[in-house]
Design a protein around this ligand. Sequence first.
Ligand code: SF4
Length: 128
Amino acid sequence: MSHEIQSTQSLVSDPESEKPVKIALVRCHIVAEVCSGGGCFKAFNNKTVAFSDYDDSAEMVAAFTCGGCSGRRVKRLCKSVQKFGATTVHLSSCMCKDMDGYAKCPHIDSIKKMVEDLGLSVVEGTHH
Ligand code: SF4
């Protein structure tokens, strides 16, 4: 399957530390009214689409919604998940592209910057 994934760093384990990648998933708070996030988790569990470059050592350590426009709790919760070793944040596909009747998040660039400013890498997309 063809897909565009943008990342600020390699998805695989750090070759020097041999530590597994620990991922936090951020989803759109609005879309979460009608979506359980099952598609995102299925893609992670099966290592498909945006998760296809990870090996089996990758862990999903947290999943949460943005808290509402304009990404109200992204910074706070991303900071919090660093305590659990999160190194990479995936922004859900529904945030990154128009799909299923929902428009791409208009705040995506500022949300990305919030996450990157914490020293976390960002991957745009999950299951589409
Ligand atoms: S900030 Fe973006 S991701 Fe969050 S609720 Fe608004 S549109 Fe959805």
